[in-house]
Ligand binder design. Structure first.
Ligand code: URA
Ligand code: ZN
Length: 381
């Protein structure tokens, strides 16, 4: 394999699909989440609680693999790590979730394994995936572990996507410890993605479309979930767990020093963790779906300084943002955020690519790493 060549590949780690089997499941439902056909004969995706404006338009770009590949071609994306979109299996009973996970993981393996090879690197396919676990209240631990086993046996699935609810009590639930263990041992990457946002009463009565839940609710949900994982000691107990946070970790980078200070002043948690909270941000991976070079630089600065917080006695060293860039990866969130009018290129993609290209302090090496090199390494491609 040509190292110089592969290091220049553009790899999308945040891109979704509703596999045909899953889209049919949503069509069969009369409650949210569902796909409905409105009075104009158009299909609409209604997946959020209190979904504004009658849901969102949905079409073949959500399930058709040819459209995923055309989108990739249009934007010069060589490889995509495709994940099922929210709300995954959260609304199913344990037995339905178990069988849906098994079927959808197999479907995604087929979707990826039969994709074309990368033209400059024939040993790589253009599509790899994140599988699904049947994480719903009441599911047995053995069924979840069986699902981890299935995903790790499917050669084109390199990780799994999950939401923030776990088996009903969130991701700091001790019941999940065997799952983190199994996932870490299998070398699968956990992609943590939001769906529920925050209490919709926070958005008031003015119709702001989907802006507030998507721009603020989603990343804040991720912030809370990842913080609860840190506080519960998940990273102390499972140091090899590889967690990828959607939307650059939401507000976690911005709030991590405040988090550390609150911990230090709270008798309930002050001595619970092995390290200062900021240390754990350097053990996590982040997509570069933040749409601005300043935000990307800030995230890489915060990740870079993490190791200097290994203990409270460690001398703080000036952060070199290049260290943090090793943990950030290009993403698009396709097929969400399509352009409102037909344009050749999607603004949501171009903005992230331009941002990567203009981060102050990142050289060509960091930019290439974030564009694709880091993903090739993390997913062992
Ligand atoms: N909206 C969603 O519902 N999911 C995403 O991943 C992005 C936008
Ligand atoms: Zn997404």
């Amino acid at each position: 394999m040509s190292v110089a060549r592969t290091s220049r590949l553009l790899v999308d780690v945040h891109t979704h699909v509703y596999l045909p089997r899953y889209a049919d499941l949503l069509r069969s439902r009369t409650n949210v989440p569902r796909i409905l056909t409105n009075s104009s004969g158009e299909e609409r995706l209604v997946i959020l609680k209190d979904e504004p404006s009658g849901g969102r338009p949905v079409g073949p770009q959500y399930w058709d693999r040819g459209q995923k590949l055309s989108f990739m071609d249009k934007h010069g994306i060589d490889i995509s790590l495709v994940s099922s979109a929210n709300p995954w299996l959260d609304f199913l009973s344990p037995s339905s979730a178990e069988s849906a996970a098994a079927d959808l993981n197999q479907d995604l393996e087929e979707y990826c394994s039969s994709s074309p090879a990368v033209s400059s690197e024939a040993s790589l396919r253009r599509l790899y995936g994140f599988g699904l676990l049947p994480l719903v209240p009441g599911v047995s631990s053995s069924a979840v572990l069986e699902s981890v086993k299935q995903i790790s046996s499917l050669p084109h699935l390199k990780g799994l996507i999950l939401g923030t609810r776990g088996v009903g009590k969130g991701l700091d639930d001790p019941e999940l410890n065997p799952v983190w263990d199994a996932v870490a041992q299998a070398g699968l990457v956990v992609f943590l993605h939001p769906h529920y946002g925050v209490d919709a009463r926070a958005w008031g009565d003015v119709d702001n479309g989907h802006v507030l839940p998507l721009a603020l609710g989603f990343p804040f949900e991720t912030t809370v979930a990842a913080t609860r994982m840190i506080l519960s000691g998940v990273f102390d107990r499972h140091p090899n767990l590889r967690l990828l946070l959607a939307h650059s970790g939401g507000a976690l980078p911005q709030l991590s020093s405040r988090l550390a200070s609150c911990i230090a002043h709270d008798p309930v948690v002050a001595s619970r963790l092995k390290h200062d909270a900021r240390y754990y941000l350097g053990k996590i991976y982040y997509d570069a779906v933040s749409y601005g070079p300043e935000e990307m630089r800030f995230t890489s600065d915060v990740i870079s300084r993490a190791d200097s917080y290994v203990s409270s006695e460690t001398a703080r060293v000036a952060a070199d943002c290049k260290v943090g860039a090793k943990r950030m990866m290009f993403g698009t969130d396709h097929p969400f955020f399509p352009p409102l009018s037909s344009t050749e290129m999607w603004k949501s993609v171009v903005e992230n690519l331009n941002s990567i290209d203009t981060v102050q302090g990142w050289g060509q090496q960091e930019k290439d790493s974030v564009r694709g090199g880091n993903a090739l390494e993390l997913f062992g491609l």
